[in-house]
Write a protein that binds this ligand. Sequence first.
Ligand code: FAD
Length: 189
Amino acid sequence: AASSSKQARDDDSKAPLPKGVVLDKDGKPCRTCTSVASWRALTKQAKAETPTSTNQTTTSKPDLAAAATPSSSEIPAECPPDVEQLGRSTWTLLHSMAATYPEKANTEHQDNMRGFLKFFSKLYPCWVCADDFQTWMAHPSGRNQPRLESRKEFGWWMCEAHNEVNRKLGKKEFDCRFWEERWRTGWKD
Ligand code: FAD
């Protein structure tokens, strides 16, 4: 989950937030910055803090309890994404953009992609993810600037960017020599 240092609680009278819950800049829990498991712990805690809420009988929302009960890390279909589902979908988009990038990109193509990445890193819906991604790209040495001259360079750069997040989250790093098989050509038999 996103860094716990981004957690805070403005009201000291309440119990501390469950582990992994990240607040938005307005102080409210940020759904797209939090895993569904932490989100469930939060809603459970909120229910415990307001006992009358269990007496409410009317709701216009779908009856999710009636659906098959998912495990704590699964999101019911047709529900807003958590930080993990959003991340998986976004990496699919980003690596697919690298996979379909020209073998040799002209200046216009490079500029378009540079612009996309600049705005993407500001607008990504998990703000803590976006902040860290921007910081990584803007490393003072310039070593993490997007490399956009060719598909090979860009695909490798995207793989390194993804590995940076993998490391932060304690996930296994991906061997970037295989990015093209994973995202473009398919695995060799
Ligand atoms: P994912 O990491 O989503 O990977 C999907 C698939 O991509 C993998 O199954 C694998 O086949 C392939 N893959 C893995 N690594 C690489 C690689 N290096 N190169 C090529 N292919 C690869 N989550 C947080 O909790 N905190 C954050 O701060 C955070 N920051 C993020 C920043 C960005 C820009 C993005 C797009 C996502 C961020 N996420 C963050 C989400 C996080 O990266 C994962 O997407 C999420 O945790 C789900 O992980 P996963 O294990 O399902 O696989």
